[in-house]
Design a protein around this ligand. Sequence first.
Ligand code: G4P
Length: 522
Amino acid sequence: MAETLADAVSRRRTFAIIAHPDAGKTTLTEKLLLFGGAIQLAGEVKAKKDRIQTRSDWMKIERERGISVVTSVMTFEYGGNVFNILDTPGHEDFADDTYRTLTAVDAAVMVIDAAKGIEPRTLKLFEVCRMRDIPIITFINKMDRESRDPFEILDEVEEKLALDTAPITWPIGRSKSFCGSYYLAENTVRGADTQVEALKVNGPQAVADRLPENERAAFIEETELAIEACRPFDRQAFLEGHMTPVFFGSALRNYGVRDLIDALGAMAPPPRDQVADIRTVHASEDKMTAFVFKIQANMDPNHRDRIAFARICSGKLERGMKARLARTGKQLGLTAPQFFFASQRQLADTAYAGDVVGIPNHGTLRIGDTLTEGEPLVFQGVPNFSPEILRRVRLEDAMKAKKLKEALQQMAEEGVVQLFSPEDGSPAIVGVVGALQLDVLKERLQGEYGLPVSFDMARFSICRWVSSDEPGELDRFITARRGDIARDLDGDPVFLAQDGFSLNYEADRWKAIKMVAIKEYH
Ligand code: G4P
């Protein structure tokens, strides 16, 4: 019997992995794909030499674009569920891309290095998840090494993140003696991840027997304490983002990964409802809706194509169907939507709510775009962050100004940079969140458009979107401050301030003008 739409949707699990660099995100992703049967050998996701660590490495990877494509989204099927892992860039200069990706997931796995605990980037990414009430599953990695006491790590999560913890498993042994997970509530164990099913045991004593003699008493004591003192798992609290189930393991040594996949299947939510401007859209509605959260250019170096990554929010996408693009009201034929697997892409004949498909296009689609089967709704919530760095682009060959304008427009549509056109007609200003984005812009303008450029400091350092609830007030502000006003890609006005002082000064003088640092695409 054919699967119903509701069944297909309820099997989807769409998540991201958040971690401080080096905690083991790449290794864990590889192992999830490996145990999920999506790849044969770990190591296919990202060859070691290609790790994003230094500027030069990063630029090299950008050139070999194939790699970043593959890691944008990865799909695999396991135990009756369809898993979509959305990758987020490791470098914090691409934080805006990461935040947008997190708008497209239903859950996140937070990887913590057992020796280091909560690190700064974990904290930041966690805060974004909290803003959106994204349920989080915690994976304490590297238990095969010297690590902190598990209770201490749990306390740190509770204190630093103000998040209740519920350990589902307990590590059997530590560093050299680490040999698997003990399910506290079920009294089952699982060794290395080649073992598919967890085995029933006769209480902690039976588990302790697997450990060296001098560690047994401590294990029994700890697990008793964990059962007594830790909170039991409360699914509702987890789904609301107040509690995280915790697993221990070693991605490198294949421990705990299957625990995690099982947990994603059993605990993580199916595709969530999505808020649009006129109503909330439920995932199991018949009609297809989707939004674009990422654009990637030149995935195939032989064709200058762009892929828009769209998260399907409801219904079923079928290849060949027509969709309405909310921003323009125009129809778009979805003739070649694609799925991504570990090292290849494939035409997607059907995709369901929760899935992410790549839609090849030549610039029609932008970040934040909504697609529907006709209903004029627009999804909310894909954020645009005010840039931290503003520059004017200086062209070495002035004859190519028109070409530069086109190129910058394209880069801005892809979300590589933000582009602001000053009201007074002076040359455009580009804005980025991290300096590395400027390097990418420069390299791509040279490599793809043959435009050698450099950057000049702009007179401004802060950018705020401006609006007002009082009629006429915004126009008055714009007229009065014309030299400091520019328009973004959508034509929305921004106020450019020289520094924090002048921003505060103007904000004080123009109380009816709202000045915001985050704009949601609309
Ligand atoms: P990231 O994507 O979060 O930045 O982390 P990645 O997976 O690249 O892992 C960072 C380093 O930690 C790698 O070592 C990796 O092998 C190691 N690692 C990941 N998981 C575990 C684990 O469970 N146990 C241990 N002991 N190590 C782990 P590297 O030195 O950068 O590379 P390598 O030469 O060790 O591969």
